[in-house]
Design a protein around this ligand. Structure first.
Ligand SMILES: Cc1cc2nc3c(=O)[nH]c(=O)nc-3n(C[C@H](O)[C@H](O)[C@H](O)COP(=O)(O)OP(=O)(O)OC[C@H]3O[C@@H](n4cnc5c(N)ncnc54)[C@H](O)[C@@H]3O)c2cc1C
Length: 387
């Protein structure tokens, strides 16, 4: 048994592994062409409890710990499609945890529970055309009008945006207050004034739908505010820790999967009278990447352990996200290289991992922002000298 995992984790991994092999991997090409992961898969995963692995039983969850979500992320990372992984992880482990932690009992009943049962799909609306890495710049405003919020603004790059039943939306409720004036509000798909203005075409992650959302005098009842008004920035920063952990886990697993594909290819492909796998130059590079992926995995597990024990490990989570997404992309890039010209052909699955993995060096906080956070945590610049 591995240090971080219990017997029940192993049983869970086996069952998710079988599910992924039977219900996801055979469909990855079809869903890439479709441009989304079908709702029926989310429903099926909800019924099996996979969307609520680490949540309390009283709210419909399985009562497990963060390592159960890590296992799900890893197995989805090995599905062959990170578009599917993105759809599921954004829905269940990025968008809705804020509701469980900060929401009212009514919000948990109306949004959180149906979401983790797979009955409703969620998206997370933070990024805007003018506010990406710097969340404090966001301009979407929500002001009170009688018993409603009236919301105006645009969100961009929103995962699950075309099919989500509700958006966990970050909006400015106190103008001119920077990061302090932001709140989180739940917006239903059928709210008047809400529209999906366009579906975005991406380089990879085709099985994950991504949209631009527009709010034009969008009216939402006041009781859809999640937690305290004006505290949304802190809620989002809290949410991002789990997001970055599961992304680190899924990326590393996808990197390993890519390398395994390449090894299998190199064992059968003959050049210069022997299999490619027999060339020492290739062996050494494969070994270096396998070692780096293993190191990344341990970084995720260590950060997850601290997360599980409420230590709020921002530095370790950011390191894990930065290191794992870069290492996994390097592994996929080399795996494609090892396939030679075939690697560049759409008929070989390695290209999908290479395209899909590129996203995670951007989404969920870019490489550069991870370094900024880590530098801040290391206090490289003394507090009194910070701007
Ligand atoms: C496919 C996809 C799905 C996404 N899904 C969602 C979603 O579901 N919900 C959501 O809210 N958002 C989502 N995003 C948005 C994502 O989180 C942002 O793209 C990301 O945070 C970067 O913001 P930006 O694109 O505006 O880039 P910018 O912030 O404009 O950054 C551009 C470049 O400048 C660099 N940079 C910025 N500031 C600094 C600095 N201080 N120091 C050094 N370098 C810096 C960045 O690292 C980057 O390389 C998604 C994005 C993509 C591509």
């Amino acid at each position: 048994m591995e240090f971080w995992f219990e017997e029940e984790h192993k049983i869970l991994r086996d069952s998710i592994h079988k599910f992924v092999a039977n219900e996801i991997t055979p469909h990855v090409e079809e869903w890439d062409e479709l441009g989304l992961t079908p709702r029926s898969l989310v429903q099926q995963m909800g019924e099996l409890g996979y969307l609520g692995l680490m949540y309390p039983e009283e709210y419909g969850g399985q009562g497990g710990d963060v390592f159960s979500a890590i296992i799900l992320a890893e197995e989805l990372g090995r599905s062959g499609s990170l578009g599917v992984a993105n759809t599921v992880l954004v829905h269940a482990y990025m968008a809705v945890p804020i509701i469980l932690r900060y929401g009212t009992e009514e919000q948990k009943h109306d949004y959180f529970e149906p979401a983790i049962k797979g009955q409703k799909i969620a998206s997370l609306g933070i990024t805007e055309p003018g506010a990406g890495s710097d969340v404090s710049l966001l301009k979407t405003v929500a002001h009170k009008d009688g018993d409603r919020w009236i919301i105006n603004g645009t969100k961009i790059f929103i995962t699950n945006g075309t099919q989500a039943d509700f958006v966990v939306l970050a909006a400015r409720t106190e103008p001119g207050q920077g990061s302090r004036g932001i709140s989180v509000i739940l917006v239903n798909r059928d709210a008047p004034g809400f529209s999906v203005s366009r579906k975005l075409q991406k380089v990879g992650n085709h099985a994950s739908d991504t949209a631009e959302l527009v709010f034009e005098d969008c009216a939402v009842p006041l009781d859809r505010l999640v937690g305290e008004e004006g505290k949304g920035f802190n809620q989002i920063m809290w949410e991002l820790q789990l997001e970055r952990l599961v992304v680190g886990a899924a990326a590393t697993a996808a990197g390993e999967y890519a390398l395994e594909m390449a090894i299998a290819y190199c064992q059968q492909r003959q050049q210069f009278g022997r299999p490619l796998a027999g060339f020492q130059a290739l062996q050494h590079r494969i070994v270096d990447l396998a070692t780096a992926l293993e190191a990344g995995k341990q970084l995720v597990y260590g950060a997850a352990w601290k997360y599980k024990h409420d230590l709020y490990p921002v530095k370790e989570v950011s390191m894990a996200k930065l290191y794992c997404t870069n290492t996994a992309f390097m592994a996929a890039d080399y795996a494609l290289q090892l396939h030679g010209g075939y690697g560049y052909m759409m008929e070989y699955p390695i290209q999908r991992l290479w395209r899909d993995l590129r996203l995670w060096r951007i989404g969920g906080g870019t490489d550069e922002i991870m370094r900024e956070i880590i530098a801040g945590q290391m206090q490289l610049v003394p507090k009194e000298q910070r701007r």
